[in-house]
Design a protein around this ligand. Sequence first.
Ligand code: GLU
Length: 256
Amino acid sequence: MRIVIKVGTSTLAHSTGNINIRHVEELCKVMSDLKNAGHEIILVSSGAIGMGVGKLSLKEKPQDMPTKQAAAAVGQCELMYTYDKLFSEYNHTVAQILLTGLDLEDNERYHNIQNTMNRLLELNVLPIINENDTVSTHEIAVGDNDTLGAIVAVSMKADLLVLLSDIDGLYTADPHKSENAELISVVEKITPEIESLGGGKGSSLGTGGMVTKLNAAKLCMSKGTDMVIANGSNPSVLYDIVDGEKIGTKFIANKI
Ligand code: GLU
C-alpha cells in the first residue's frame, strides 16, 4: 500500500512546544516497520512552529507573521534532525520537502514535485513534507497540513491518507462538551449533517481542526483515496489501520 500519514503538532509536541519524545520515537518505529513490511510511506509532518516555540522559549504560539515564520525556521530544523536521527536507527533514509500553495498550483512545479517524490519512493526513501512556512504568506499558503496531506495523497495516488490527531475521530457531538457524543466509525458520504459536525477548533499550537479534516476527506473521497482520522497518542494504531481494522473514523472513497 502507498500510505500518506499526516501527524499534527498535538501528537509531536507537548503543549510547551517541546518535543514529545515518546510519541515521536514510537511513531518513527512503527512507520519504519510498515516500510520494512513493504508499504510505501510518505509523512506529512506539522510541528515546525510548535517546536520553534519550544526551542525559542516563547510563551505561546506567535500571532504575527515574522515571528511565526522565525519559529517555523527554527522548529523545522529540530523536526528534521529528530526524524533523521530516529529513522536512521531503523536504517531508513528521509528527505525533506517543503511546499507552498503556489508550488501545487503551478503545473511545472507540481510535476517536478511528483517526479521527485516518485523517485524518492523508488530509492526507498521516506519523504517528509511540510508547508514551507518561512516563505508562505496567507495568500500563497495551503494553510493547514490536513489539506496539504490530502493534496499529496491524491497527487501521489495513495491508497490511504491517515490523519493522526489528538482526537479519536469524528464524533456525533463535541466529546469535550457532550457525554453522549459517539464516535462515527465509517463515513461514506460528506452530507450536510456530517459537515455540521466539523465545528471545533484545533489545539493551541496546531493549525487545523475538524473542519480542515472534513475538507481533506472530501478531496480524498472524490479522487479515490480512503482517509482515516485516528488518535496519534498511540502510534501503533497505524498497524491496525493498515490491516483494515475499525480504528477512528474511516472515510470511504467514492468508487469510480
Ligand atoms: N506547517 C505548520 C507547522 O509545521 C503546521 C500546519 C498545520 O498543523 O496544519 O507548524
